[in-house]
Design a protein around this ligand. Structure first.
Ligand code: NDP
Length: 287
């Protein structure tokens, strides 16, 4: 029987523990962890993500603020807001929702966010810390995937993990975390040859491609654990639906365990953002 890796359930447990840790933190230091979320423009998907993040932060007992800027915001204006948040002692975590509108320079913003407040884990200092196994602030989606994998499999040592996708947000940090957990890691991307055959060797398959249902059941080794990061909106039977990068129906006939979309990695990502915010607050009060 294939095990469904229930991201809603696992993330609820993470958030529950976090609410307890937050209470203890507030009692100990007299400081409420603060998360500032910045949204530029009116992309509907980003609006939903930001709303969920702010809601979850409040539920975790954080002080949370939302900063909405119009789609035509200039670089200087956004830089000024980030600098203001960098200097605000009540803000411990800053998240600028990506992607940004075209006129804005994303790398410049990522570098401008104070590394100790970078709860997305995208600042070059945090990326370097992750690569050398010293990270405190780890990108939220891969962190969520690791929690799901460890919950499902326990020790990951010696397993062959294949990561499909090499983005800075998911694929690369995912590979770094799996390596740190003593997996043998293969990363494939759009220029890789024989992706299908490589996927078929995976004990752990993480799909972060952004292509609806690209990974078929026949690409999966029987009994493998499959984590589907993809979130793709498609039209099916005249209705808009969300599907992953894995063909769920076929894959769940072969895999030993699989995460669904929705209800898999998505809720884990938000829970891990909250974990990072508390970590950031803890580091800042004890600095
Ligand atoms: P990117 O578009 O930044 O990266 C996609 C990666 O997939 C690239 O490395 C690309 O290769 C690779 N790729 C594209 N096409 C193919 C192909 N045909 N064969 C093999 N590799 C391919 O996406 P993200 O990493 O940001 O996101 C991936 C998916 O995860 C998206 O669906 C996104 O919506 C979702 N997502 C979900 C989150 C969640 O919370 N659940 C959070 C973040 C993302 P190359 O580098 O060569 O171009």
């Amino acid at each position: 029987m294939t095990l469904l890796i229930d991201g809603k359930k696992i993330s609820a447990a993470v958030v529950e523990q976090l609410a307890i840790d937050t209470k203890t933190f507030i009692a100990e230091f007299g400081v409420t962890p603060g998360l500032a979320v910045v949204l530029v423009g009116d992309d509907p998907a980003s609006q939903v993500y930001v709303r969920n993040k702010v809601k979850q932060a409040t539920a975790a007992g954080f002080h949370s603020t939302e900063h909405r800027l119009p789609a035509d915001t200039g670089q200087e204006e956004l830089n000024a807001l980030v600098e203001q948040l960098n200097n605000d002692p009540s803000v411990h975590g800053i998240l600028v929702q990506l992607p940004l509108p075209e006129q804005l320079n994303e790398p410049e913003i990522i570098r401008l966010i104070a590394a100790e407040k970078d709860v997305d884990g995208f600042h070059p200092l945090n990326v370097g810390a992750l690569a050398s196994g010293m990270a405190e602030l780890i990108p939220c989606t891969p962190m969520g995937c690791m929690i799901m994998l460890e919950k499902t499999l326990g020790d990951l040592s010696g397993k062959h993990a294949v990561v499909v996708g090499r983005s800075n947000i998911v694929g690369k940090p995912m590979a770094a975390l799996l390596l740190q957990a003593n997996c043998t890691v293969t990363v494939v991307h759009s220029r890789s040859a024989e992706i299908e055959a490589i996927c078929r060797q995976a004990d752990i398959l993480v799909a972060a491609v952004g292509r609806p249902e690209m990974i078929r059941g026949s690409w999966i080794k029987p009994g493998a654990t499959v984590i589907d990061v993809g979130i793709n909106a498609v039209e099916k039977d005249g209705k808009r639906r969300l599907v992953g990068d894995v063909a769920f129906g076929e894959a769940s006939e072969v895999a030993g365990a699989i995460s669904p979309v929705p209800g898999g990695v998505g809720p884990m990502t938000i829970a891990c953002l909250m974990k990072n915010t508390l970590t950031a607050a803890r580091q800042q009060v004890s600095a």
